[in-house]
Design a protein around this ligand. Structure first.
Ligand code: OGA
Ligand code: NI
Length: 358
């Protein structure tokens, strides 16, 4: 029998997309698939080679309390010591009492949820893979061969961003959060600098002005064991500050084991990125992490990636203050703009940074 033609049998909105292109053309993301009533996930989301590491149930990612940072010298030194320890041995830690109120954090999550669950036409208009769009909505970066169970709203603050480009549902919340998070980043830069034995303002004075806020929405998944919310990776940033809701699913690799980054109300997760691994000449390491898909959801997280501006003519590399004859640089110098290009053209399962390793 001849297959039905399109005019007799129009493609059902709830039919599963066969290819990534077909999925992309719908412009409604993973949430759009769920809304169309699917009960199994499309093949293109199936991860055939999943990371199989053992879980380390007894371990917990370090939690650093910043409350007493201004109290006295002893408290400050203790906090620096904790940041040092966490950055050397984990590459990821959580901070509490960082200065942003829990209500404000909860509001950001609520607004991101509203955007994702709001009018599909708004999302369709913003759906784009064009990185020159400062604000864009998209899903499924295919970096590990299969699509991932997540939608993302990107707001790129490098240079200037016209706030009216941000969807109205979350505009105010994101702009306010950007301001608040910059203060947390300033504190972290100072602590990380001192922890490396460098002048307190050495990171700040390098003008790490490239801030990108990625607001993620991980819909509940009917077959979570077959896919991933986010594949295993390290962040390409200098540091990443992550706000997550209470669903869970983020896991980091520590000493070859998987460790849950357990949600703590009001906390922020800090990741050492590949660029800080380079700058610190590997004193600090970027941690591998991934996000599991789950039947529970949606899960919302907001990742703020901070990095040097990409049009700097100044080459980037290990801090000169950290290298010597005994400690030779482990990376060649490079331009951030080249690093970004390398990232977007690299082979799967490599990092852009590995291309500059000496
Ligand atoms: C990322 C990331 C984790 C999360 O965006 O790079 O690791 O919980 N996100 O969404
Ligand atoms: Ni990440």
């Amino acid at each position: 029998m001849a297959p039905p033609t399109n005019d007799r049998c129009p493609i059902q909105a709830n039919s599963l997309p066969k290819s990534f292109e077909e999925f992309d053309e719908r412009k409604t993301g993973v949430k759009g698939l769920i809304d169309s009533g699917i009960s199994k996930i499309p093949e293109l989301f199936v991860h055939h080679r999943k990371v199989s590491l053992e879980a380390a149930p007894g371990l917990q990612v370090p939690i650093i309390d910043l409350e007493s940072i201004d109290k006295d010298e002893a408290s400050y030194k203790r906090i620096v010591q904790e940041v040092h320890q966490a950055s050397v041995s984990w590459g990821v830690f959580q901070v509490v009492n960082h200065g942003i109120l829990k209500d404000e954090l909860d509001n950001v999550i609520k607004k991101i949820k509203e955007f994702n669950e709001g009018n599909q036409e708004v999302k369709k208009k913003l759906y784009s893979r064009d990185r020159s769009n400062k604000v864009r909505f998209l899903s499924n970066l295919l970096q590990s061969g299969a699509a991932i169970w997540r939608d993302t709203l990107v707001c790129s603050f490098e240079g200037s961003l016209d706030p009216t480009e941000i969807p109205v549902e979350c505009r105010e919340a994101i702009m306010k959060y950007k301001e608040r998070i910059s203060r947390v980043v300033d504190i972290l830069y100072e602590l990380l600098s001192v922890a490396l034995g460098l002048p307190p303002d050495c990171m700040k004075s390098m003008d790490y002005a490239n801030t990108q806020i990625f607001s993620h929405y991980y819909p509940a998944c009917p077959q979570p064991e077959l896919t991933m919310g986010l594949h295993m990776h390290t962040d390409i940033s200098f540091i990443t500050v992550l706000l997550q809701d209470d669903i869970g699913g983020l896991q980091a690799v520590h000493d070859g084991y998987l460790v849950d980054v357990t949600p703590i109300p009001g906390a922020l997760v800090v990741n050492i990125g590949d660029l800080l691994q380079c700058y610190s000449n590997e004193k600090f390491k970027s941690a591998e992490h991934h996000v599991l898909a789950s039947k529970r959801g949606p899960r919302i997280s907001v990742a703020t990636f901070v990095a040097p501006v990409s049009d700097l003519e100044k080459p980037f590399g290990p801090s000169k203050l950290l290298v010597s004859d005994e400690n030779p640089p482990l990376y060649k110098e490079f331009l951030i703009s080249d690093y970004n290009k390398t990232h977007h053209s690299k082979k799967p399962n490599t990092t852009a940074l590995s291309y500059y390793k000496i």
